[in-house]
Design a protein around this ligand. Structure first.
Ligand code: UDP
Ligand code: MG
Length: 317
């Protein structure tokens, strides 16, 4: 019998967490698996932790939870959950019931067919038009420029086999862009579609700004190709400047020096200034990342746990 761990990052989910737990256990009890649910409270400021305590009191043997000392972000919460999960297979799910628990049976079937990563891809129905158009554009750009393959609509909802989880845990980086890491580790992977569902209660933690930052992480976390592009752009602009200088010299020889050219000059100075700022910013991004990586701080700090969850997690951190 497969032992399944369900990892659930929760941040301010008091309105929905109990409903999630009930539905999850209904589904899990109907499946031929042994299971545990690992909740990670990502420093919620509402009653999420109390709800988790209540859940753990009700189901002491099939529940683990850890509560962070502050909000460390979903990536850290997923990492904490994965570290402590002990199942032969692990499923990562959102607490807001946007990931239908009913799909678990299908995921397990695919896992039993030999797949190490079973990814659920949501359709974009019901999304805002602009947002889905931007996403599509983004994914096209990422897949073009970045070494790892990312798929539109595929989030963190997936089943991972134990070897895949161990592979993920062997990646020590501080800046974790899971979508990329999942793709980077490889293994036999299969994707299936499911109907997008609305959040059951509470609200999304994503603001437009954080989405933009997340997008930038995706572009920069995986290679230094943007730096390579900067190099080529610089070379190209220098080449064009040289040609332009030749052209000016030649026309000056034949027509004498003419004063006009003010607009061109300003445009070139401003344009090049802009390009240089962008390139500096880009280099700064990489240096910033190196800075954070060299500190080797733990990804998260745990303040409270149920079962040995947190102690082990803190030791490993
Ligand atoms: N989440 C978290 N830490 C955060 C933000 C979100 O653990 O800092 C959790 C949240 O509780 C939920 C999941 O990550 O279980 C997805 O968050 P959300 O539903 O807000 O994202 P969306 O579905 O809108 O992409
Ligand atoms: Mg959600």
């Amino acid at each position: 019998m497969t032992r399944l761990s369900v990892v659930v990052p929760c941040y301010n989910e008091e309105d929905v967490i109990e409903r999630f737990d009930t539905r999850m256990r209904e589904v899990l009890d109907g499946l031929p698996v042994g299971y545990e649910i690992c909740y990670v409270d990502d420093g919620s400021s509402d009653g999420t932790l109390e709800r988790l305590r209540a859940i753990a009191a009700r189901h002491p043997h099939r529940t683990q939870y850890a509560s962070f000392s502050r909000n460390f972000g979903k990536e850290a919460a997923m990492l904490a959950g994965l570290r402590k999960s002990s199942g032969d297979a692990v499923v990562i799910m959102d607490a807001d019931l946007q990931h239908p628990p009913e799909l678990l049976g299908r995921m397990l079937d695919l896992h039993h067919q030999g797949y190490d990563q079973v990814m659920a891809r949501r359709t974009r129905e019901g999304d805002k038009k602009l947002r889905s158009a931007l996403s599509r554009l983004y994914y096209r750009a990422v897949n073009r420029w970045v070494d790892v393959e990312l798929t539109d609509g595929v989030g963190d909802f997936r089943l991972l086999s134990r070897p895949a989880v161990d592979a993920l845990l062997s990646l020590p980086e501080y800046n974790r862009f899971s979508k990329g890491l999942f793709s980077w580790i490889g293994f036999d992977t299969v994707t299936f579609d499911y109907q997008n569902a609305a959040r059951e209660a509470g609200e999304t933690k994503w603001k437009f700004g954080s989405l933009l930052n997340y997008g930038m992480d995706g572009l920069i976390s995986f290679n230094n190709r943007p730096l390579r592009i900067a190099l080529w752009l610089g070379l190209m602009l220098s080449g064009l400047a040289a040609l332009y200088a030749v052209w000016i010299t030649v026309t000056a020889l034949f027509q004498g020096v003419t004063a006009p050219g003010y607009v061109t000059l300003v445009a070139i100075v401003v344009g090049l200034g802009g390009v240089q700022m962008v390139m500096l910013g880009l280099i700064g991004e990489y240096i910033g990342r190196i800075y954070y990586e060299t500190k080797r701080r733990p990804h998260f700090l745990v303040k409270e746990t149920h079962r040995s969850f947190g102690r082990a997690a803190a030791e490993q951190a």
